[in-house]
Design a protein around this ligand. Structure first.
Ligand SMILES: Nc1ncnc2c1ncn2[C@@H]1O[C@H](COP(=O)(O)OP(=O)(O)O)[C@@H](O)[C@H]1O
Ligand SMILES: Nc1ccn([C@H]2C[C@H](O)[C@@H](COP(=O)(O)OP(=O)(O)O)O2)c(=O)n1
Length: 225
């Protein structure tokens, strides 16, 4: 497909990653997980002893790590200073700190530039995150905003956590709601639906139905061009 740009935003557990990967694979587009980039810079801050409660310290270090994102939807990859961090960025520790790190304007400026250059060079891409339609790629050809009830999102998320990291459903729901509030309430490019985004409530939909819905919307856009 010619260089179509699709922005998929929404809170945690709405199906952004699964949907974006599948849509990109089906339509022959590249794929970018921007949450993984914020997780990667958070992992670097933690690994280098930067206090995540100190925005100035975070701002001062924001330019230091080199973050490289792969854009193959079949094999998403992310490295920091050459180290594969695909696993470590998914720990509860990183998850609990990522909102604080990603609220720092210097971090957002840096990561946003990186995202724009990847999207520019991709020749067609699905980019998923929180501020893609509003801030990173306001001229995207199609913007989707995924939602789902907190109960559905918590159930999906806790189904993924294994072993000692698997807390109870109520704790997962609580942590998720707190992260939503932090991400939606920050000053710089908060989680928000763009005015021209199509909202899809996935609470009662299967993943396959969401994928089909987005593929249809992309194809309609393409036909209208
Ligand atoms: N519509 C859906 N119905 C049921 N489970 C879903 C649906 N969409 C996604 N999931 C599952 O929920 C979990 C979280 O999905 P993910 O794509 O990682 O969400 P996000 O990127 O928005 O946080 C995954 O295990 C995924 O398979
Ligand atoms: N475009 C983005 C993407 C993610 N973030 C921040 C805020 C999110 O809580 C974290 C983690 O995002 P991620 O998409 O990996 O989170 P989930 O997998 O949906 O739980 O990164 C952001 O600020 N802007």
């Amino acid at each position: 497909m010619e260089s179509v740009i699709v922005a998929i935003d929404g809170p945690s557990g709405t199906g952004k990653s699964s949907t974006s990967k599948a849509v990109a694979a089906e339509l022959g587009l590249r794929y970018l997980d921007t949450g993984a980039q914020y997780r990667a810079i958070t992992w670097w801050m933690v690994s280098n002893g930067i206090d995540v409660a100190d925005p100035q310290a975070i701002a001062g270090a924001a330019e230091k790590p080199e973050i490289v994102s792969g854009t193959d939807p079949a094999a998403p990859a992310i490295t920091v200073d050459g180290v594969d961090v695909a696993g470590p960025i998914r720990t509860q520790d990183v998850t609990s700190k990522v909102s604080a790190v990603s609220a720092v304007p210097e971090v957002r400026t840096r990561i946003t530039e990186l995202q724009r250059s990847i999207a520019r060079e991709a020749g067609g891409i699905v980019v998923e995150g929180r501020d893609i339609g509003t801030t990173v790629l306001p001229d995207a050809d199609l913007k989707i905003f995924l939602t789902a009830s907190p109960e559905a999102r918590a159930a999906r998320r806790s189904g993924e956590l294994k072993g000692k990291e698997a807390g109870d459903l109520a704790a997962t729901r609580e942590a998720l709601i707190q992260r939503d509030a932090a991400d939606s309430g920050r000053k710089t490019s908060p989680l928000a639906k763009a005015d021209d985004a199509v909202e899809v409530d996935t609470t009662e939909l299967t993943l396959q139905q969401v994928i089909e819905c987005v593929v249809t919307l992309v194809e309609e856009k393409r036909a209208a061009r």
